[in-house]
Every structure is written in C-alpha cells, then in structure tokens.
Write a protein that binds this ligand. Structure first.
Ligand SMILES: NC(=O)c1ccc[n+]([C@@H]2O[C@H](COP(=O)([O-])OP(=O)(O)OC[C@H]3O[C@@H](n4cnc5c(N)ncnc54)[C@H](OP(=O)(O)O)[C@@H]3O)[C@@H](O)[C@H]2O)c1
Length: 336
C-alpha cells in the first residue's frame, strides 16, 4: 500500500523525482579528462571534425598547441569550423583537408597528401560517422554506413600506419590511434562476413536495417581496433589503438535519421553536450595514464567491457581479412 493517496499530483511528483535521479546519476558518472598536458609539436588528424564531438575534440587539442588537421568531406562547413577553432584556441596551426570516407579514391587522395606533406603523425582520431540512413550502395559498391564508419577508416589507417610508426620511432614514445565507436554495437548478435554490404540480410528493406547496419559498423570499429592493436604489439611497434563510446550526445547526428532526431529531441535534457561527449576521446589522446594502454574499449574516460562479440579475437582477425579485400588494399600497402 502507498503511504499516501496515489493521486495524479503524486504521480507527477514520483515521475519528476525519478527523472531528476536519472539526471543526477548521469551528471555524477560523466567522465572528464583531467590531463592538462600540452601538445606542442604534435600533429593530429581528426576525421569528421567540422561539427559535434569531432569539432569539440579539435578545439580542445588545438588549445593544447597541437597542429590539427580537420579531415572533412564538406570544405565549406570545415572552413567555418576551422575559423571558430582558431579564434577560440588562439592556435593558427589548424588545417582543413578534404576527406570523404565513403569514397576509396578520396581516402587514397587524402592519405597521399598527408604522406607527401606531413613529416610526422602522432595521433589519428577516426571520429567521423553517420547512422540510421536508408541502405545505400556507394560508387565503390560498398554499403554507405559501413564504408563511412568502418571501411573508409580501415583504409585510411592502413595507409597512414607507416608514417605513424616512423613518428613513434623518432619520438621514442607511443603514438595513438583512437576509434570512436558506440554502445550501439550491443545490438549486433552476429556478423555475416559473406554479406557486409547487407544485400541479403533478412532485415534488408525493413525499417530496422539502417540501425542494424549502424550497430554493425560500430562493432567493426571495436574489432578493427583489437586486431590492429594485436598486430602492432606482436610486431613490437609503439602505436596504441583504442576505441570508445562517447556517451549519448546532443549533436547534429540526428540529421541522418528521423528516429534518431526524435529520440535526441525528446531526451535532450539527459544528453551530454558535444564538449562533454568529447572527453573520452581527449583523454585517450592526451592522458599519460593511457600512454601504454592498447586494445581497450573506453566509456566515460574509463576502461569498459564491450559486448561478447566485440571481444572475439577470431572475429577481429576475420574482419581484418575481409576488410582488406573490400577496400582493395594493394600488396605493397599491407603492413603486416
Ligand atoms: N551523438 C551521439 O550520441 C553518439 C553516440 C555514440 C557514438 N557516436 C559517434 O560519434 C562520432 C561523431 O558523431 P557526432 O555525434 O559528433 O555526429 P555529427 O555531429 O553528425 O558529426 C559527424 C561527423 O562525421 C562526418 N561524416 C559523416 N560521414 C562522413 C563521410 N562519409 N566522410 C567524411 N565525414 C563524414 C560528418 O560530416 P558532415 O558534416 O559533412 O555530414 C560530421 O563531421 C560518430 O562516429 C558517431 O557514430 C555519437
């Protein structure tokens, strides 16, 4: 029995208390990067840095003195973001370079430019992502979300790996690769290597397909991180690779899907700001305490446990081989 009559008014009070408790819990558990480390002399690439979490990450790292390369597909938006970052950070060493992860040619062109013009690369942040869009096949014959979120970053990272290894050897300290994944990977119950483009998937054509593809691409971010970290460690290379969930963050991400947009608008009060959402990425990029940590998944600046599937080394290996074929990595580009 309730100790008081359960009126409408009391119901409203109970709901309000519950919501405030959830909000309080979310506030208390938010991870914050506490490192004050400067990054003068370091070169950092951030994909999808013209807005949202990527832009906030770029602003923070620019404020620490690094040379920042904003790797973006929309040069106009990126140039506006760059001006804002330069103005707020007081660091003029911020560049924009064209990168469309949904095009293998664009990824190759971007990597070629970097290899030609940048003598060093200390941190690579694979942040760009899209989600919840209708299935679409790109000019490369690959599913758009899978290519934008996983395959494009897979190719990019492989093409830049030599430069990063060279940088680590020269600096005598670990360089870092950070892959922005998502807890959305938990929705994946399996990974069909025969159909990574979701042509024959049983959800194909249903409203579920876009979300399943998004979750799969984010699972691939984690498996890719594990396998790359293992390969690098096995070869004694001073490069760490970690992945992360930034939290539920109020960004422009909802523009890709009306369902995401509705959920984000309804729950706006409970979501992190982009600055808060960038904290785990920044922590992985700068903190001394994670300088030697590799192959881990992070949430709120702490090591977290991803799904069982995302911890499967066999899956990670297989995904690597299939991805190599799908992005048409040339034999001379295969590092391991
Ligand atoms: N927001 C969340 O709650 C949340 C939760 C978990 C994980 N994440 C992950 O966090 C990352 C950043 O998302 P966000 O919330 O900051 O979203 P956002 O504000 O929409 O930013 C996404 C960025 O990725 C870029 N992008 C998308 N597809 C691209 C492509 N093919 N080539 C190059 N750039 C591309 C976008 O460029 P345009 O501006 O040109 O579209 C934009 O700069 C994503 O990987 C997302 O999966 C977000």
């Amino acid at each position: 029995m309730f100790p008081f009559p359960f009126s409408f008014q009391n119901g409203v009070i109970v709901v309000l208390v519950l919501l405030l408790t959830i909000k309080l819990y979310l506030e208390i558990t938010k991870g914050v990067c506490k490192s004050t480390k400067r990054l003068d002399g370091k070169t950092i690439i951030i994909t999808g840095a013209n807005t949202g979490i990527g832009k906030e990450t770029a602003l923070d790292l620019a404020s620490r003195g690094a040379r920042i390369i904003l790797a973006c597909r929309d040069l106009k938006k990126a140039s506006i973001a760059k001006d804002d970052i330069v103005q707020k950070s007081g660091n003029c060493n911020v560049l924009v370079k064209k990168l469309d992860l949904a095009s293998l040619a664009s990824v190759r062109q971007f990597a070629e430019d970097i290899l030609k013009n940048e003598p060093e690369l200390h941190i690579l942040i694979n942040n760009a992502g899209c989600g919840g869009m209708k299935k679409q096949i790109t000019l490369d014959g690959l599913e758009n979300q899978m290519q934008s979120n996983h395959l494009g970053h897979f190719l990019l990272t492989n093409l830049l790996l030599g430069l990063m290894i060279k940088t680590a050897e020269k600096e005598q300290e670990n360089v870092r690769i950070i892959n922005v994944s998502s807890d959305a990977h938990y929705i994946c119950r399996s990974l069909n290597f025969e159909d990574l483009n979701f042509i024959h998937d049983r959800t194909a054509g249903t409203f579920l397909a876009p979300y399943k593809i998004y979750g799969t691409s984010k699972l691939c971010n984690i498996l890719f991180s594990i396998e790359l970290a293992n390969k690098l460690e096995h070869n004694g290379r001073a490069v760490t690779v970690n992945s992360l969930h930034p939290g539920a963050v109020y960004t422009e991400f909802g523009r890709f899907s009306s369902i995401f947009s509705t959920i984000m608008t309804i729950s706006m009060y409970f979501l992190k700001t982009p600055k808060e959402g960038a904290q785990t990425t920044i922590h992985l990029a700068v903190s001394d305490e994670v300088a030697n940590v590799t192959a881990q998944y992070f949430r709120d600046c702490k090591i977290a446990t991803p799904s069982k599937l995302a911890q499967d080394n066999g899956m990670a290996k297989k995904l690597w081989d299939v991805s190599e074929t799908l992005v048409r990595l040339q034999s001379h580009e295969i590092f391991f």
